[in-house]
Ligand binder design. Structure first.
Ligand SMILES: C[S@@+](CC[C@H](N)C(=O)[O-])C[C@H]1O[C@@H](n2cnc3c(N)ncnc32)[C@H](O)[C@@H]1O
Length: 275
């Protein structure tokens, strides 16, 4: 299996990733299962209001230990697949995300660059008599190097300064595009991450693709994608979503955004700083 062209692949990500060549991916953007289903929490559904948080069997493990073992197995594959000094942004539960990133660094697998917090702007209010409502999503930014150099990253595109903070607005319940997955991420958020950490033509991997938000962001920004999804229902929905985009995308992706080389990007940043 090669990474020359965009692909959506149905299957277990550990099995699929094992067939991909080492150092063939420029950026990883994955929204991992949080292992929070069936544990007494609640979530808001646009159809049914507040319901017990149970997204499906894909989000359940026998124990936290089994879940963490799975996460570390996945991350070991990420390390093998990523090019040197490239980045990964992993959405994780805020209970465990920081610890997982710390542990990945301690095991010498990744460097923990920063957490990213996504405040949910248009959250529905719950009964707040006895709790603080969880009003944000959490991700960790990792890089595939162990040295502590701020400047050695493979790709880091500086967008407008207001878009470069590790607190990024997160708009729920988009009306322009109904959700096809219970934990679907907002397209604009994923597009911003893709633009910062990859260049047009690069290969972006999402090994937990769900409704296909990462590949859709890649299509709209002219990146190649590898999107893996185990569940047949979501796989079919993702396929349809991407086909719709390809049908309606009238401008050829290659003409949408000029390629800016990392060196040119650095020069324009230095000019902005007055260097
Ligand atoms: C949190 S959801 C991703 C949602 C996605 N970010 C979106 O915007 O639609 C995680 C997805 O990973 C899939 N999944 C879980 N375990 C998997 C595995 N071992 N291999 C591939 N996909 C898996 C689930 O079926 C689920 O659709």
């Amino acid at each position: 299996m090669n990474t020359n062209h965009s692909q959506i692949i149905r299957g277990d990500c550990l099995e699929v990733m094992a067939k991909l060549p080492s150092q063939s991916v420029d950026f990883i953007c994955s929204d991992l299962p949080y292992n929070i289903s069936g544990k007494g929490g609640t979530t808001y559904s646009t159809k049914h209001g507040f319901v017990p948080a149970d997204f499906g069997e894909w989000d359940k493990w026998k124990s936290d230990e089994a879940y963490l073992e799975f996460v570390f197995q996945v991350c070991a594959e990420y390390r093998r697949l990523l090019k040197p000094n490239a980045s990964a942004v992993l959405f994780l539960s805020y209970y465990k995300g920081g610890w997982i990133a710390y542990e990945l660094e301690r095991r010498g697998l990744f460097r923990f660059r920063s957490p990213i917090v996504f405040p949910k702007r248009n959250l529905k209010e719950v009964n707040l008599q006895r709790k603080l409502q969880a009003a944000f999503e959490y991700a960790v930014w990792l890089s595939n190097d162990r040295k502590s150099s701020e400047y050695g990253l493979r790709t880091f595109n500086c967008l407008h300064p207001t878009l470069m903070r590790n607190v990024m607005d997160y708009s729920l319940y988009s009306t322009s595009e109904p959700a096809i997955h219970p934990t679907q991420k907002p397209l604009e958020v994923i597009k911003r991450l893709v633009k910062i950490f990859s260049n047009p033509g690069d290969v972006v991997l999402d090994s937990f693709a769900g409704g296909g938000t990462t590949p859709l962001a890649c299509l709209q920004t002219n990146r190649r994608y590898l999107a893996i999804e185990k569940d047949g229902r979501y796989f079919r929905k993702m396929k349809k979503r991407l086909e719709n985009q390809e049908r309606t995308q009238t401008v050829k992706p290659s003409t949408r955004e000029p390629y800016v080389s990392p060196a040119a990007n650095l020069i324009s940043r230095m000019k902005r700083w007055g260097a």
